[in-house]
Design a protein around this ligand. Sequence first.
Ligand SMILES: Cc1cc2nc3c(=O)[nH]c(=O)nc-3n(C[C@H](O)[C@H](O)[C@H](O)COP(=O)(O)OP(=O)(O)OC[C@H]3O[C@@H](n4cnc5c(N)ncnc54)[C@H](O)[C@@H]3O)c2cc1C
Length: 494
Amino acid sequence: MVVGAGNAALCAALSAHEQGARVLVLEAAPREQRGGNSRFSGGIFRFAHDGLDHLRPLLTEEGARWADRVTVAPYEPQRFAADIDLVCQGRSDPELFSTLIETSYDTMAWMQGHGVRWELVVDKLFDPAKIPAGETYAVPPGGAVRATNEGIGLMYDLFNAVEQAGIEVRYDSPVQELLFEGSRCVGAKVRDAEGFTELRAGAVVLGSGGFESNPELRLRYLGEGWDLVKVRGTRFNMGHVLMNALASGAAPSGHWGGAHASPLDAHAPDVGELSLTDRMSRYSYPYCLLVDRDGKRFVDEGEDEVWLTYAKTGWAIRAQQGARAWQIFDQRTIHLLEPRYSTGIPVEADTLEDLAAKLGISADGLRATVDEFNAACGDDAGFDPFHKDGLRTAAPDQPVKSNWGQPVDHPPYVAYAVTCGITFTYGGLKIDRRARVQDTVGRPMGGLYATGEIAGGFFYHNYAAGSGLMRGATFGRIAGREAAGRALGRNADA
Ligand SMILES: Cc1cc2nc3c(=O)[nH]c(=O)nc-3n(C[C@H](O)[C@H](O)[C@H](O)COP(=O)(O)OP(=O)(O)OC[C@H]3O[C@@H](n4cnc5c(N)ncnc54)[C@H](O)[C@@H]3O)c2cc1C
């Protein structure tokens, strides 16, 4: 039995099936809304590789079409580990992360074998058509590959594989409670249209996401104000199975007060919509000044490459009055906006005062911020949007801007209103490297496995783009294999 039908769960289902198990998938959402957060995602996978030539065998022909316009540096396992160490402040479970990193390329190839089509990520951060002829664009090596058609394509391919394998997926079937006999998990109670049904299984894999869609749990674990934030993805990740597993003796793990939360268009719907998926994200902030209602900056917009900072920048925005902030660009950088800004509502003005009036923020504050920032900027000849360029600007009484710190002085000015959007929660169940759920005294809970967002111990404080899907796939594959072994009587210790 596999609970949930996102990326993590379907990888588990496919893996268990290839081991010879008969698999049932239980999904809370109706069929039309299936696919969880994974379907909303950008489909980017972070994995260790040796550079572009090593990526090529994974890519479809179409997916490699920009290969001569880009460079992709090797992304060594040590660099992957160092990035995670940096963003998660050294707290991630080393055993789980080394498993993830060591098997990441192989898992990508395994998914390809199940029909997932991979392509280079070229048009996400920049419009490739705007790269001058003869120049190449350095794709961040940790996020160089994604599923064709992003999360939509990923889940299309995975559901296709599941259907071809003859695996049954039951929709509108939220699991309410796990069933135990002695210390072993033997199935689940499902809440369907008729009421509750108990279903038995030889082993159970939990892949039912975190608690990001549930305002009551967000308030409880993340704190004041988090009940009101916008949700970037699915509305079905309510955390009920997670809570029930804890109540049944599973150990909590990871950063329960933490979550991935990023800059989102202020006009985005309160909960993700499949017609928009992740096109309301606003990640070109390294090239802007990000200001609050008083016109003041409050973060280092250029601390690092965007994929290592965006998941905590939502936190900084949420802490501002009304959980609202404004990204202020000028004509030096406006061409660098991610193509998905086209879903936003730009506000434009020739002067900062007019811009502030249109935005309803302090004109004096914005003027002072920009003037002081511009005065502190040095020679910007080395401005390089594709790399950390070291253009550090330290204006008095403002946060430092560590990179891309050039003046904002070429009107018309263009602003986008942003808020905080929660993506997923970090706290979850404690698992070991075989994806076995651990109880509170450190024993594996017989027959119970977990993967994806519902598993904790991976992310703390912050996050590196593309690691969520990779984590789910890696441990989904492992969980499916282990659970099948258990159900078929091959490994009694699980
Ligand atoms: C807009 C957006 C963009 C993102 N982009 C990326 C990206 O490019 N790369 C990346 O790595 N990560 C990305 N992420 C994060 C990533 O999508 C998630 O971390 C990942 O998809 C989680 O996979 P999962 O299978 O654990 O959960 P999900 O895909 O959310 O699947 C969980 C499933 O469980 C079901 N479920 C919930 N409760 C129950 C229940 N009680 N019973 C039965 N079923 C239940 C849900 O309906 C859902 O289908 C993004 C997320 C969002 C929202």
